[in-house]
Structures are given as C-alpha cells and as structure tokens.
Design a protein around this ligand. Structure first.
Ligand SMILES: C[S@@+](CC[C@H](N)C(=O)[O-])C[C@H]1O[C@@H](n2cnc3c(N)ncnc32)[C@H](O)[C@@H]1O
Ligand SMILES: [Zn+2]
Length: 179
C-alpha cells in the first residue's frame, strides 16, 4: 500500500499576535498565536482607498459574481462619507478574518484607519473573528458557519437579529402551510 504524506496545514505568522491557517469556519482564517489580552490592537485592515463610485462598481461586480458562482467574498469597508477601503490585497492578512455570531474582536475606525481590537482575552489557538455587520437585505446569500452556540445561521449584523429571527419564523410558517 502506498502511504501518501499528509498535507501539512501551512501556517503563516502575521505579527506578534496572530497567524493565518485553514479555518473550520471557512477557507483560511486568522488565529491567536499567543494570549491576546482584552483591548489589544491586534492588526490593521489595509488596502486600496477607493471613492464611492468605484466602491459601488466593485460591489455590483461582486454581486454578479456571487449570482453566477453562488458566493463571493466581500472585502470592502466603509471608511467615511467619501471613501471606502478595498482590502482584497495579498498584503492585507486581515482580509482573512472570518465572521462570528459571538465575536472575540471588533473592527474600529480610528480617523479613517481600521484596526481590529480584542473584545475579550483570546486564548492561543483560538480563531479571531468579528461581526461583519452585514445588512439583512441579502441574508440568504450569506449563510453563517461560525459554529457558536448563539449562531443565527446567517451573517447578519447583531443589530438586525430580531428582524432576522422574525423573518425566519415567518418563512418556516409559510413552508409548513405549503406542506
Ligand atoms: C473576507 S473573506 C474571509 C476569509 C475567507 N475565509 C477566505 O479564506 O478567503 C469573507 C468570506 O469568508 C466567508 N466567511 C467568513 N465568515 C464566515 C462564516 N462565519 N460562515 C461562513 N462563511 C464565512 C464568506 O464566504 C465571506 O464572504
Ligand atoms: Zn454564526
């Protein structure tokens, strides 16, 4: 019998706090490589500064791609009234941070620069995740696989969870009535 060597799970050290590797949530993710204390600034989200017209163009292109392929990753962050930041760049390791319904970190805009801060102590090996804050509008296109006890099943901003839960209950009732 031929024994093939197991494919190693490549790890890339990003900075003193975190590393990139395969994630159980989706694709690659960012993980704590040491204890990160609550309030620590973990990483900056960097990318290309684009105006709102360009941002809308790129956003629409992503929507089209997602319709064709069933999914597309979104890397554009709102910075201010005039500009957004497109983080879809190899040099931006922070683009690989996944969403969680029980986030341990949050993205903060500090004078038009984006930084990720720890919301609580994060243990070595824990995946680092924040609330993407997606609007409920296209929720069906963004199923959530964060696996946390309070996962609502879709990547939707916590501020819209009540609305989402009402919608999901309504849809369930409709399906029952049809059956
Ligand atoms: C900015 S990327 C994050 C990095 C991604 N894991 C990768 O390897 O490219 C965002 C995409 O990752 C996926 N993703 C992130 N968090 C997720 C979650 N909680 N559940 C399911 N998919 C998730 C979605 O496809 C989302 O559009
Ligand atoms: Zn979730």
């Amino acid at each position: 019998m031929i024994r093939y060597p197991r494919r190693p799970n490549p790890v890339k050290q990003v900075n003193a706090f975190c590393e990139v590797r395969q994630s159980p949530i989706h694709g690659r993710g960012v993980f704590a490589s040491r204890l990160i204390r609550k309030g620590t600034r973990i990483i900056q989200y960097v990318g290309e500064l684009i105006d709102k017209d360009e941002s809308n163009r790129r956003g629409l292109a992503l929507l089209e791609e997602s319709k064709k392929t069933g999914g597309a990753s979104v890397y554009i962050f709102e910075l201010n009234d005039d500009y957004d930041l497109d983080g879809d760049k190899e040099y931006n390791d922070a683009r690989l941070i996944n969403h969680s319904c029980e986030p341990n970190a949050e993205m903060v805009n500090e004078e038009d620069e984006l930084f990720l801060y720890a919301l609580r102590d994060i243990l070595p090996g824990e995946e680092i995740a924040f609330d993407y804050g997606y609007d409920i509008e296209h929720f069906l296109e963004h199923p959530c696989r964060c696996g946390t006890p309070s996962c609502v099943g879709y990547i939707v901003s916590r501020s819209q969870w009540d609305q989402l839960k009402r919608r999901l209950r309504k849809n369930k009732k409709k399906r029952k009535a049809k059956a």
